[in-house]
Write a protein that binds this ligand. Sequence first.
Ligand code: MOS
Length: 702
Amino acid sequence: MSIDAPAVLGEPIPRLEGRQKVTGEALYAYEYRADEVLYAWPVQSTIVTGRILRLHTDVVLAMTGVVEVLTHLNAPKLADGDDGELLVLQSDRVAYRGQVVALVLATSIDTAREAAAALDVDYQNDGLDVELSAEHPKLYAPEEVNAGFATDSEQGYVDAAFATAAFTTDEVYTTPALFNNPMEPHATLAAFDGERLDVRDSSQGTSSVQQTLSTMFGLDPANVRVRSEHVGGGFGSKGSPRPNVILAVMAARVTGRPVKIAYTRQMMFALAGYRTPTISHVRLAANADGRLTAISHQSYTQTSTIQEFAEQVAEPSRHLYAAPNRLMTHRLAALDVPTPRWMRAPGEAPGVYALESAMDDLATVSGIDPVELRIANEPDVDPESGTAFSSRNLVGCLRRGAELFGWAERDPRLGIRRDGRFLVGTGVAAGMYPAMTSASGARVRALPGGRYELGVNATDIGQGARTVMAQIAADALGVPVSAISVDLADSTLPKGPVAGGSSGTASWGWAVTKACERLRSELAAGAPVPPEGYEVEVETSVDVDAMAPLARFAFGAHFVEARVDLDSGEVTMPRMLGVFAAGRILNARTARSQFLGGMTMGLSMALHERGELDAVLGDYANHDLATYHVAANADVRDLRVEWLEEEDRQLAPMGGKGIGEIGIVGTAAAVASAVRHATGVKVRDLPIQPDRLIGQLPPRFL
Ligand code: MOS
């Protein structure tokens, strides 16, 4: 697909910066050069909670090449930027193991690392409280949960519905702490020129970093420039500023020199934000034909003692299926742990795993086919708000998936299919993710000769934003993509929202469409194009505010085949199929990658990923990629992605729903369903590692 072809939304145009990336020409935050740069290396606490009594900085400052050691005793005071995790080096208090207690600045990266390792710190050790349970005495109801959703909601009488139900399930489903591991670790280069601050940050949104830095350091936002031209992934961990950017700016301020910092992979596990472990108690009641009469989802998660983060685990259960009696609750315990934060589909990934596993349990106890059970519970309107859906094609996804996967030939009996030393089974689960849009600015300039410069503060974290924004602009202007150049990820551009919540494309793209349509009509009306160009700039708050009050979600259905090794208990998936309904697909190539990536992360969540809490040490013991296994090529076999043609006129003008997160939602429930079909063993504690199954499988030789 050539970028010189007439612009068409949906065409599988390759990433515009693809060549720069594979040739190494594309620069990431840490790769920019700066004269007189200093290298920063954080020192992390080795206790869980307590006080810093003494930092032996004199020894470190005497090392050749060490320029400064920042601690709570000499670091600049920061204003509160609404995230306690960012208030680094502000007190002698330690709130979790791995928290930053000092920052070494040196003239080479090796010296910085060596000096950081050489810094001795004396602590008062106050003990630890790090283990989440549904009975933890510190559990409380937060005022609201992530993204502003209600903590609790209740309708009807769940317990009464259980008394008269034909079928019920009542089980607890858990997911472990999961860690964001984008290819590029968090990194920052910060430099002051007088009062002007210039920052290169590996971030999902420069406007939000700029705003936080201005607030916390008391700077005029006009003097703060943040750029994130190329970003090697984030999954939500770069959706808000992390300590790295605060530390770099702090050090640049103190030393008057440019400062670079990059997390090591090990640091990522404490300092990037991770998915809280989740405990979901799900109870379902249904009548004889499988229609749900009650849905109850009570969730338990953790936060830290320095910042509240409440993952909205039970929120998706308010929207996926209807029932006259419903109860969804969130309880949270503030433990001595790093603050959990966003990780691809916070809320939906663990919440839908629990709900859809419960639906699979209900299918098993009722004997109703799991696809038909879901279709029987398809709601007419959003069960929570009572409003209509803008579009809802879950049934279409399930039917299309069943057809492609050959579901009709499936024998529902459990644990009876053998192929050599493997037990074989298939499973299904549904997924959904909200389709959100927020206000964004954009500007576009027509240049003489038919070229156009687009400026939109989108961030391309690998998902293809640069390419899709160019496609949207080309489409709106009626020109080839090759006529467009794109400026993005720069806080000096019109303000734009983060690449998060699967809302970036809709939000930025709406502003791009509006700017390009306005430019096109002004040019058509005879506006002159002077040598410096003719520019329009727009903003979309009025448009977004005027959206009809509808329930907007993307939907998906996952079908998987699992093979379970009778000797080792290892699960592999020879076939995975995801069918999605996400509105209009704007670039078939990058969209397919997004769905594949989400499903792969779902596979990884289902089978491999688990933070192993060492309750004595008070930390996750496997904090590196040698011991925390993320799905690799060999784990992924035949992965297939399909999408439905969906016409939804109640979205942003391009007609697409976000696709960054829907791929991970429901995958793990489908895997657990397939493993039970294969073995007869239902695993309700992720991940389904071999020890979950071994000892429960039949002998290999009968
Ligand atoms: Mo995503 S967790 O909303 O960046």
